[in-house]
Design a protein around this ligand. Structure first.
Ligand SMILES: Nc1nc2c(ncn2[C@@H]2O[C@H](COP(=O)(O)OP(=O)(O)OP(=O)(O)O)[C@@H](O)[C@H]2O)c(=O)[nH]1
Ligand SMILES: [Mg+2]
Length: 361
C-alpha cells in the first residue's frame, strides 16, 4: 500500500513524511525545489501484533507494511501549464493507492507561502483543483485520440463498441471535472471503473487531508469535495520530534503537549478507513504476522493474500478473534470455549481475526 504526500511548497510535507516514517529527510530551504522524491516503507503500528508476539514468542514478527512517498511541493497552476517538473511530480503520485494532502495552518513569517497568506480551506481547494486539472488533461487527450479511432469504420465491431463505451464513461468524467467535481464523485459501474483504472486518475484516489497546525492552533473548518475524503490536524513539527524519541519518552512528550496518540497511528487508521482495508493475523512459533486485505474479503481471499497455493488448496480456516483469544488466554482455552472454530471458504474475515488456513495442494 502506497500513500503519496503532496501539497504546496513549504507546507511541511517532508516534515510530516519524517514524522510518519521516523525519517531524517532534508526539510526547509535546503530541500526546496528538490526533484528527488523521498520514499520509505514502514511497519503499520498495531498494539495487537505486540501482544501476539509476547504470547507466541515467534522467531520473527512482521507488521503490515505501508509506503510513504514525499514529492516536491506543487506550484499552483503548474498542472495546467504542464511544466516538466510538475508532470514528474504528478506522475509519481499516480502510482499511489491513496493521497495525503498537506495543508499549512502554522504561522511563521520566515517560511514563504506561495499564495502569500494563510488560508487552509483555500489551499485545499487549490490542491483539489490541481488534481482535477491533471485528470482533465488526461481525459481530453484520450478523447481526442478516441475520436480518430472511432472514425475508423474498418475496426472490428467489438473493438469499436469497447471504444464507444470508454468514450461514454470519459465524457461523464469530463462533465464532472469541468464542473469542479472530482472523479471520486462520479458514479461508475464496476466495469467502467475497471476499464478506466489504467488512467490512475488522481482525483479518483481516496484523499486524507492533514492540516499542519502550529502549536496551540485548533483544526480549521474545511470543505473537502466528494466522497472518500477525511481531514485531520497534526502538529507537524512536534510530531517529527516525537518520531525521533524512543520508549517512555514518547508517552511523556505526548502528555506534555496534550496529544492523545502519535500522528502516525491516526494517519494509518484514517488511511485504512479510506482505502476500505483491514488487518488479520497469522500466528505461530515461527512467525506472528499482520496482513492487509479489503473489508469484505472471504476466508479464501485472505488465504490468497498469504499465498496462492493456500487459496487453491483451501480446505477450512481455523479462526479466532483477537479479543476472544486474549479473553481465553491461549489457543487451547479458546478451542475449549468454542471461540476458536472452523470456517469455510465464504466466511467474511473480520478486522482482528487470527486465521490458520488448512489446505492441501
Ligand atoms: N512553525 C512550524 N514550522 C514548520 C512546521 N512544519 C514545517 N515547518 C517548517 O517549514 C519549513 C518547510 O518544511 P518542509 O517540511 O521542508 O516543507 P515541504 O512542504 O516539504 O516543502 P517543499 O518540499 O520544499 O515543497 C521547514 O523550515 C520546517 O521546519 C510546523 O508545523 N510549524
Ligand atoms: Mg519537501
Amino acid at each position: 500500500m502506497q500513500i503519496g504526500i503532496f501539497g504546496l511548497p513549504g507546507s511541511g510535507q517532508t516534515t510530516i513524511f519524517n514524522a510518519l516514517t521516523r525519517g531524517h529527510a532534508q526539510t526547509g530551504a535546503a530541500s526546496a525545489g528538490q526533484k528527488e522524491a523521498n520514499l520509505a516503507t514502514v511497519g503499520v503500528p498495531d498494539k495487537r501484533v505486540e501482544v501476539l508476539t509476547a504470547m507466541f514468542k515467534p522467531r520473527k514478527t512482521v507488521h503490515a507494511q505501508v509506503q510513504y512517498l514525499d514529492v516536491a511541493g506543487s506550484v499552483p497552476g503548474a498542472a495546467v501549464e504542464g511544466t516538466t517538473f510538475n508532470r514528474q511530480v504528478f506522475s509519481k503520485l499516480s502510482q499511489a493507492d491513496a493521497l495525503l494532502a498537506i495543508v499549512r495552518a502554522f504561522e511563521n513569517d520566515d517560511i514563504y507561502h506561495p499564495l502569500d497568506s494563510l488560508d487552509p480551506a483555500r489551499d485545499l481547494r487549490v490542491l483539489e483543483d490541481e488534481l482535477l486539472l491533471w485528470d482533465l488533461g488526461m481525459v481530453e487527450k484520450r478523447r481526442e485520440r478516441l475520436k480518430g479511432e472511432l472514425a475508423k469504420t474498418s475496426a472490428p465491431r467489438a473493438e469499436r463498441e469497447a471504444r464507444q463505451a470508454e468514450d461514454v464513461a470519459l465524457a461523464r468524467i469530463q462533465v464532472a471535472l469541468e464542473n469542479d467535481q472530482l472523479v471520486r464523485s462520479v458514479d461508475l459501474t464496476p466495469e467502467e471503473e475497471k476499464g478506466l483504472r489504467s488512467f490512475q486518475f488522481l482525483s479518483a484516489k481516496p484523499l486524507l487531508v492533514v492540516v499542519n497546525l502550529g502549536e496551540g492552533q485548533s483544526m480549521p473548518a474545511l470543505q473537502p469535495r466528494g466522497p472518500r475524503v477525511k481531514a485531520l490536524g497534526l502538529y507537524g513539527e512536534l510530531e517529527a520530534e516525537i518520531a525521533q524519541l524512543e520508549g517512555d519518552d514518547v508517552a511523556v512528550f505526548l502528555q506534555e503537549y496534550g496529544i492523545d496518540e502519535p500522528g502516525l497511528n491516526k494517519v494509518i487508521r484514517a488511511s485504512y478507513d479510506l482505502l476500505g482495508v483491514q488487518s488479520f493475523f497469522t500466528v505461530g512459533e515461527d512467525e506472528v504476522r499482520a496482513w492487509t486485505i479489503p473489508v469484505g474479503s472471504t476466508a479464501v481471499e485472505a488465504a490468497g493474500a498469504i499465498h496462492s497455493d493456500l487459496a487453491r488448496g483451501f480446505i477450512r480456516a481455523e479462526v479466532v478473534h483477537y479479543h476472544d483469544l486474549i479473553a481465553a488466554g491461549s489457543m487451547a482455552a479458546a478451542r475449549t470455549k468454542g471461540t476458536l472454530r472452523l470456517e469455510g471458504k465464504e466466511y467474511l474475515v473480520k478486522d482482528g481475526d487470527i486465521v490458520h488456513i488448512r489446505f492441501n495442494v
